[in-house]
Write a protein that binds this ligand. Sequence first.
Ligand code: C2E
Ligand code: MG
Ligand code: MG
Length: 594
Amino acid sequence: MQSLIPHDPQPAATLGEGEFAVESELSILRDVFRMLPTGVTVQDEHGQFLLVNDAAAAQLGMVAGQPPVLVSKPLSDRREVGLELLRAGRSLVAEECVTGRQGKQVFLTAHRPVRIADRNLLLSNSTDISEQKAVEDHLFRSAYFDELTGLPMRRVIEHRANSLIQRDELRGRFALAFLDIDNFKHINDYYGHAIGDGLLIEVAKRLGLDLRESDMLSRISGDEFMLLLNPIQNEREVAEYIQATLQRLKAPFFIDGSEIFTSTSIGVSFFPEHGRSYDTLRQNADIAMYRVKNDGKGAAAFFDAGMEREALARMKVEQSLRLAILEKRFCCAFQAKVDIRTQDIMGIEALVRLRDDEGVIQAPGTFINLAVELGLIDELTHLVLAEIVKSIDLINETFGPNTCISMNVAAKQAGNPEFMRSFAQALEATGFPGRFMIEVTEDAFVAKTHFQAEILPIFRKLGVGISIDDFGTGYSSLSALADITADEIKIDRSFITDIHLRPRSQGILRAIESLSEALGMTVVAEGIETFEELAYLQAATRIRYAQGFYFSRPIFLDELRPAVPLASEARVSLASRSPQQSRPTHSRPERARR
Ligand code: C2E
Ligand code: MG
Ligand code: MG
């Protein structure tokens, strides 16, 4: 203790018993005071220290054995305040003080003017609250800052934008840009989450490169960032900045030895033209970004009123889709897969249809992507399966009791082990899982590690076949063939249309054909519409199977029943049709019309 309490020079042994007890008590008190974990000081009116215990000496940076002098500037300033209070006869004051000594230390000090033995003194006690502060700081950071990138989170940028809007003196404009990394899910699936995280960190760094003090960049969720550019002079200035940002994000990223290319879609809205609240501005920037995604990604767009109308229309479709699912207003059309050598039906494909609010039948082109986007597709797929199970007797009567039934599964679903497991269970529960084939587009195989290792074996065990749909249009093409053990490959209609007139498509077809043969996969040509296309396939290829309007459009089984009292014979055959016949316009299998 750096104490100014005078030590009694007399040795304890010379004292009387009573005096000894007092001295001993005083010595204990002195030691207790010295060792108190809280820093305690007593100062007179002139700031002179009368008592300083060890903790206070350490906090104040006093050197042991030397007269107590304040070293830490902020502390001495604060003490001045305390002394002034003392002189003014005011009571307790508490304060927090941060010192740079020993890292960053925070003290909570209470100064209390006291009157002892007719003297006005300042009694101060300080506690080191660095630890609590660190916890508070951590809690604050995790509530407002993203752990991965260190960027402020959504609520911070929201607060910032709203306070800019509310500031009375604000006459200026600002821009809010919504950024979304394109195909981030593919990158995550393909390279793994660690590299995905690495990419987000690098993107955040590039985005933050030349921001001004008054701008703000925030990560608002997964691969979405929000940029507030404030102030701005005009749209051209923002356009130039955004273009430069787009370019910067297109340059390759090197993460953990992988070279990753990506792009970003950006939508921008302006205050005050496009909204007077953060929510409206964000929503409009999002609408503009959505337009970019639809138009091919990797670009930027400014919001405009036309987009708003589009978004409203989309919202309407969205609502009616949700309602349709709730009311189970879906049905299935079935299209035959035909053996082009014998014209036998070797399978059927279930194609979902929606009966809209007005009872009009809608093809999936209008709603499948939306259903995927809205997370409704899993439910829809289960509805399709339920419809098949409900119609199984009719399917058997119409197409034969052993016909293979193909169902489409969206790429997103195929990469989702949870859904695929529940779907496999539902297929097993039908009692005839071995009759099913699931059609998945190549995009699903980007996450091939999941698919091949985890999902495929489940379906294999049930005897469910796997088909690669729309082959040639997707993301991974030939590499998918090498990695995925599928049973069937369906060549996309874009290769088949006018195949007899297109030597390049013919070459591609031959290559796919021999590759599939080598890998033991059945090839199906999709979208045969004309006799010439069929004739080419029959004459110039070894392809056995095809699907297309030439043979049959997708049909509703219900339509068949009243029109055709089906005989008990099982198999529907198209063999009676001569290939020379012109393109049929019917919408039912040949046999059904007889
Ligand atoms: P897809 O699986 O490739 O199905 C073939 C599509 O081509 C069907 O369109 C079919 O009607 C059409 N088509 C068949 N032959 C011809 C032809 O000769 N000419 C022309 N122009 N088109 C032909 P649809 O029914 O509109 O389905 C479109 C896509 O929607 C399907 O393509 C499939 O990817 C998806 N889809 C259909 N049902 C479902 C489903 O239940 N779930 C999922 N996830 N997707 C589905
Ligand atoms: Mg299909
Ligand atoms: Mg297809």
